[in-house]
Design a protein around this ligand. Structure first.
Ligand SMILES: Nc1ncnc2c1ncn2[C@@H]1O[C@H](COP(=O)(O)OP(=O)(O)OP(=O)(O)O)[C@@H](O)[C@H]1O
Length: 267
């Protein structure tokens, strides 16, 4: 049977508030035979929060990981199409992936601080990228202040990061990322391992960080997407079904699949 396919809402209403920082064009990801991400055209707007939602296995994390070439580390993953940051294709062989990841930082679901002191966790990246020892205390303090952790840890900077609570560890991981002064921060379900109070703190932090950074977040939690994001992309079975300003997507979805998902009819 031939099914009529409605045109897909692949782009939000052109944003007047934000400039495009990153754009994907016909982005596809294959894991061997599995076509996990299908022809995605999506723009990330500067200094805005974009949420990726959709049922488990729909390709949200795979798509997110492409944006700083984390999929390069998976031997059987193949990426086609383009990812442009201000017109520069990040998959160009001339682009150094390590440098790219300085500009496009990532925070994972499970807090993963290094087995080092709190200070060293934040200082590590800037040091290996050439910051001088005398510059490090200021970088560490500024980064810890930005994530609201400074007052909690300033008297124990040289104790192990692993002694912090889960929520503190996740804020430390965000501090470690922003110490590199990235332009884009990718957050892959950053609160799913945290209690509600720690989650609320991270959500508040994301609102603060978007004044300076462009943020993309994968979340299973639709309420979280509605609370914290400016734009929302709904994925289903590897496809981008609908992308729009968050309040529009939640109040007036254009596609039946989006409405079904938002109303809990599947996923
Ligand atoms: N490293 C991998 N190797 C092979 N297949 C993978 C790998 N990572 C993901 N996949 C497959 O790619 C598809 C998309 O997975 P992905 O993790 O991107 O989805 P997701 O929407 O983020 O799911 P979840 O919400 O459960 O994290 C799934 O079919 C998954 O099994």
């Amino acid at each position: 049977m031939v099914r009529t396919v409605e045109p897909k809402e692949k782009e939000p209403v052109e944003s007047e508030a934000h400039k495009v920082l990153l754009e994907t064009r016909d982005l596809n990801v294959y894991y061997g035979e599995n076509h996990a991400v299908k022809n995605i055209n999506l723009k990330l707007y500067e200094k805005a929060v974009t949420a990726f939602i959709g049922p488990s296995g729909c390709g949200k994390s795979t798509f997110l990981r492409c944006l700083n070439r984390m999929n390069d580390t998976i031997p059987h993953a193949r990426v086609t199409g383009e990812i442009l940051i201000e017109g520069i294709n990040v998959n160009d062989p001339a682009i150094d992936a390590v440098n790219l990841r300085r500009q496009v930082g990532m925070v994972f679901q499970k807090p993963n601080p290094f087995q080092k002191s709190i200070f060293e966790n934040v200082a590590y990246g800037p040091r290996i990228h050439g910051a001088k020892n005398k510059e490090l205390p200021e970088i560490v303090e500024k980064s810890l202040r930005q994530v609201g952790l400074w007052d909690e840890v300033k008297d124990r900077l040289h104790t192990s990061a692993l002694q912090l609570s889960g929520g503190q560890q996740q804020r430390l991981c965000i501090a470690r990322t922003i110490a590199m002064r990235p332009r884009i921060i990718l957050l892959d379900e950053p609160t799913s391992a945290l209690d509600p109070i720690s989650t609320a703190r991270i959500e508040e932090l994301i609102q603060e960080l978007k004044k300076e950074y462009t943020i993309a977040i994968v979340t299973h939690n639709m309420q979280q997407a509605a609370r914290i994001s400016d734009y929302t992309a709904f994925f289903l079975m590897g496809e981008l079904i609908e992308y729009n300003e968050t309040h529009r997507l939640f109040t007036n979805p254009k596609r039946q699949e989006t409405e079904n998902y938002l109303t809990g009819r599947f996923g």
